[in-house]
Design a protein around this ligand. Sequence first.
Ligand code: LMR
Length: 427
Amino acid sequence: TRLDVAPVPPDEIFALNGAYFADTDPHKVSLGVGVYRTDDGKPWPLPTVQKAEKALVEDNDLFRHEYTAIEGDVPFLGIARDLMFGFEGKQSEEEAKARIGTVQTVAGTGANHLGALFLAHHMKPRNVWLSNPSWANHQTIWDLAGVPRKAYPYYHAATRSFDFEGMMNTLESEALEGDAVLLHACAHNPTGLDPNKEQWVAIADLCERKKLFPFFDSAYQGFASGSPEEDAWAVRYFFNNKPDMEMCVAQSFSKNFGLYGQRVGAFHYCLNRSSTSIRDVVVGNLCHLIRGEFSMGPRSGCSIVKKILTSGELTAEWNQDLQVMSSRIKTMRQALYNELIRLQTPGTWEHIIDQSGMFSYTGLSPKQVYALKDKYHIYLLKSGRASISGCKDTPHYDYKEYELTPCTVSQKNVAYVAQAIDDVIRN
Ligand code: LMR
């Protein structure tokens, strides 16, 4: 071969998912990849999505397998943009929309990648600043785009809280004009800790003053609070209140519509208000990158989103689906917390209920995480990140009884998880 390839480390999240599926132990618990699970540990195709699918099949649309445009399914682009930006800000709707160039992407990863590539070509930031920690794929994406990475403090391990001061001080003293700053719009992955509104305002002011470029990753709109409006607060605040600052948003529909494998996403570049005349040129350049890589985003998942968000009735039902998912996650946080308190597991556990979104950053060490896998077949990331909806509820649970019960995969498991955590912490 003429290939020059060195081994690359496997992607931790998907390697762990593979290991979980291969594990034949009936107790096994998947707290790794960020996918929503029901109380029976099953995937949950959203009822609204199933309705939309049925309607799409009934429509028997002759064109449904045809090409769309390079920028994507055109009506979908406006729908995605309106979901993200809302337009209840100070500017008139038309002026606001004129600032945004939108293209369809291969879900959130594709949006992050396209945005990174676009900036690397057309803005050439000296650095991109990622939170420490961040979603591991952010590192890969920016490395592939060839933009040097730096890290701003985000997590204060001793107090298990958001290190706002550390973030601000580092960006203030070290970030250079034109640097990109990656911000998680809500439900920070992996820590589950978000800035409050006052802190977001300060971050926006800092970006404006230091001429930094905010790059929002919005993967969980509707998951953190159950409300798509509330979870878009930071993005909308930056956009509406800093019209002279440019920014962009990578938008995923994987979690909030449960369309993981369908790869539905959008990338929005927000121009400052004096530069709207180049919006079409920006979109043209994004299309150039898209055409050279995958021609256009996939069609069927975005038809589902379009069907839902163009019907008032289906949109209302989708909002209920979001409530179901976000409140189940909150319930499981509480259930896990209650069990750990009941067991008097050494340590403090309030952070499990205080964090928000899909993940809990448990504070478990890599050694404890490995022990959970080896001894209990419980899978979570070595950083201690646990995808909380992998837990199942156990009302009036008695651990001893559980041990005597024949185990099945559908066995309620939160007490098993808590007991296992308790054991690896004590031993
Ligand atoms: C995760 O962080 O587990 C999810 O966002 C899935 C992924 O693509 O990594």
